[in-house]
Design a binder for this molecule. Structure first.
Ligand code: NAD
Length: 495
């Protein structure tokens, strides 16, 4: 069976650790590959490779660095179909959705091409008489990126274009569930002309992650994954003196006011709830319906669920399988939990007939009404195609519910009342807000990141904040000597 290797110093690096994890094709429900799990020697080799490549990459002119990033963008754009096929094969999402995630990642590559502007410093002439003060932005060194399974191309691309543009060298530790996209992108960087060692892929599990978190030659960690691991990453990396941005899980609510256009709401709830089988950190998992609209809205959602074609992502279906059998079964278990807790299961996704292999990890769109807010189905991140409806009496009750949650990644309000929407954007304690937009993922020149348990650290992904994260500032105070200056003065410098 093929073993997905590491990518170190510009080429594939077969593992000698003797440890591997299985990689599945979720639509076939069978293991198709193994992925190497790094040992200490391999962790050290990746870090040494990135460290050795750093000085030359840091000192390469902005114009030459920019040209390489442009090349990568051109190659990616021309060949994204290959990458989409890899994503569908290991993750399960449908091909059009895989292409969508690549396109959103490509936007960050395009944004990073503008880095000469974003890396400019400041200059103040005559801050004191004949003394100039200026600042420069310099790269950090070797940076670590640890990514989740659900966006094997886009999430790494939230970080590495910016990190590389700023002059850092990168070690990407992808999810062991779908590692091949990272290797494909590493090879594309080599083709684009990136010097060996500037972009490395280290496959592995907790051992590889801990190696990056604790090694003194790794300057920063960018993490995306579930909340308990995000918190662990934040605490451990910070304890080892690293700069860290750590994005966690989510439970995103869509607040629907009675004046909303219910057809738009039903379309949006379906797209945001069941796209990528609900395995998106910005998926809508709870519709908060302000009464009396729930009874009119639910039939519209049910009717649309009936039109969703679930099946193999290579067969023009709308929704693919879940990533593993373990995850599929965990997601399905929330349906019974909700039932036991008194909710009404309107559509049960276990009763489907997928267009795909019977062994695939299938679970169809599921709709559950009247979910008690004390139920685990409401409180926990399910990360699957299970959409809950919670009925509330007023805007205030809906807002209070959203603000009382542990997460604060994304949320949306659906209404035709501009005043209510404006009030919501001001009052809701969430990082990314949609107004009649169900998945408000910011464009590349803004930054992506939630609040509360959806983000540990103070730095979000991409945008200007991304460049701030991947650079450190130096301030230089400079005087070119004039013979008339000089003499002893032990006092504190004043202007
Ligand atoms: P995960 O937390 O299981 O894994 C993420 C990464 O951490 C992987 O690379 C994995 O190998 C590593 N990891 C797992 N367990 C570890 C441990 N004990 N110690 C050290 N490293 C460990 O997440 P996942 O299941 O791959 O991805 C889904 C989660 O990611 C969901 O919670 C989702 O909301 C979240 N997510 C968040 C965002 C965001 O922007 N906030 C975006 C995408 C996904």
């Amino acid at each position: 069976m093929t073993v997905v290797p590491h990518f170190i110093s510009g080429s594939e690096y077969p593992s000698r650790s003797g440890r591997t994890a299985p990689v599945f094709d979720p639509a076939l429900g069978k293991q198709t590959k193994e992925v190497a799990l790094a040992n200490q020697d391999e962790i050290k080799a990746a870090i040494a490779s990135a460290k050795a490549a750093f000085p030359k990459w840091r000192d390469m002119s902005l114009a030459r660095r920019q040209a390489i990033i442009f090349n990568f963008r051109e190659l990616l754009n021309a060949r994204k179909g290959e990458l989409a096929a890899i994503i569908t094969e290991e993750h399960g999402k449908v091909l059009s959705d895989a292409l969508g995630e690549i396109t959103r990642g490509q936007e960050v590559v395009e944004f990073a091409c503008g880095m000469p502007h974003l890396l400019k410093g400041e200059y103040s002439e005559n801050a004191s008489t004949n003394v100039d003060v200026y600042s420069t932005k310099q790269p950090l060194g070797v940076v670590g990126i640890i990514s989740p399974f659900n966006f094997p191309a886009m999430v790494p691309m939230w970080f590495f274009p910016v990190a590389l543009a700023a002059g850092n060298t990168v070690i990407l530790k992808p999810s062991e569930k779908d590692p091949s996209a990272a290797i494909w992108m590493a090879k594309l960087w080599s083709e684009a002309g990136l010097p060996d060692g500037v972009f490395n892929v280290l496959n592995g599990d907790k051992e590889a992650v801990d190696g990056l978190l604790t090694h003194p030659d790794v300057a920063s960690i960018s993490f995306v994954g579930s909340t308990p691991i995000a918190q662990y990453i934040y605490e451990t990396a910070a304890k080892h003196g690293k700069r860290v941005q750590s994005l966690g899980g989510a439970k995103n609510h869509m607040l629907v006011l009675p004046d909303a256009d219910l057809d738009l709401v039903a379309d949006s709830a379906i797209n945001a709830g069941f796209g990528s089988a609900g395995e998106r950190c910005m998926a809508i998992s709870v519709v908060v319906a302000v009464e009396p609209i729930a009874d009119a809205l639910i039939p519209k959602i049910v009717e649309r669920i009936g039109q969703i074609k679930v099946g193999d992502g290579r067969r023009s279906c709308d929704m693919g399988p879940l990533v593993t059998k373990v995850h599929r079964d965990k997601v399905a278990s929330y349906i019974d939990i909700a039932k036991t807790d008194g909710a009404a299961v309107v559509v049960d996704g276990r009763e489907i007939n997928p267009d795909g292999d019977a062994n695939g990890f299938w679970l169809g769109p599921t709709l559950i009404d009247k979910v008690p807010t004390t139920s685990k189905t409401y409180l926990e991140e399910i990360f699957g195609p299970v959409l809950s409806i919670v009925r509330v009496k007023s805007y205030e009750e809906g807002l209070q519910l959203i603000n009382s949650g542990a997460f604060g990644n994304g949320t949306a309000i659906f209404t035709n009342d501009g005043g209510a929407a404006r009030r919501f954007q001001n009052e809701v304690e969430v990082g990314m807000i949609g107004i009649n937009v169900p998945i408000p993922v910011p464009v590349a020149y803004y930054s992506f990141g939630g609040w509360k348990h959806s983000l540990f650290g103070d730095s979000r992904a991409h945008g200007e904040e991304g460049f701030r994260f991947f650079t450190r500032t130096k301030v230089i105070t400079s005087r070119w000597l004039d013979p008339s200056h000089g003499g002893l003065n032990l006092g504190f410098p004043q202007n």
